[in-house]
Design a protein around this ligand. Sequence first.
Ligand code: GLN
Length: 286
Amino acid sequence: MPETSIGNAWRRASQRIGRLDARLLLERVRGCSHADLIAHPERSMTEDEASRFEALVSRRAAGEPLAYLLGSAWFGGLEFAVGPAVLIPRPETELLVDLAARRARTLEKPRIADLGTGSGCVAVLLALRCPQADVTAVDISAAALEVARANAARHGAAVRFLEGDWYAPLAGERFDLIVSNPPYVADGDPHLGMNGLPFEPRQALTDGVAGGDGLGCIRRIAAPAARHLEPGGWLLMEHGYDQAAKTRKLLSEAGFREIASWRDGAGIERVSGGQRPPDVDCLPAA
Ligand code: GLN
């Protein structure tokens, strides 16, 4: 293989995957900074670096998300490890964390549960922003929990991780706040074939119900939620761009009050939630 300079490799890759992605992959392969790339474009790459870079550029050109190729993504100002076992954190999910942190800060020692934690980004950020809180994170995927545990350790966040299906590992437990970014994309949504989503765990994106409305998991979280909340406790769930009204209806059917939706940075109703009434016995059976 002819000797390749960094500058040439960067230029050629930029034509395939864009300048920024090419740069970030090159920095990863070389273990260097942006400044190094700019200052020494004439430096040559070893054969091994050139072939590793070429492999990453080809995967990116085939649609694999940059975060999986880099092995990390930024969320709430922190870098989280990510891999194909977990959904890549999305900026709009910071709304869920902001709303939860605002509520948690009004309580002395709140107990918080994060259902379907994935990479752990929501639970870890909450634990760091609300050090007085007791944070529990649940996921059905052992592989996801491994990533989430590593992220908690990386950021020094005290989070209790439990494996299981939604409330299954939380029998008999009550919380002041339940948060979740569940799978909510409808099974047949064309979006699932775009923007790198085919590379993400399907289990983290859809409820698996063929021809369904994507709200299966939101229903499963909302219906029994009151029984896992303290009186006056809150449930906050992220949902799809067109699911706010349906989610509010589900919350209302589950007996919640003070039901509301909040808009993300793009102006889309992205999180809905409500408060558990003080007397849970008046609620319809779960
Ligand atoms: N917001 C993600 C997307 O539309 C979906 C995340 C989810 O299902 N929780 O790509």
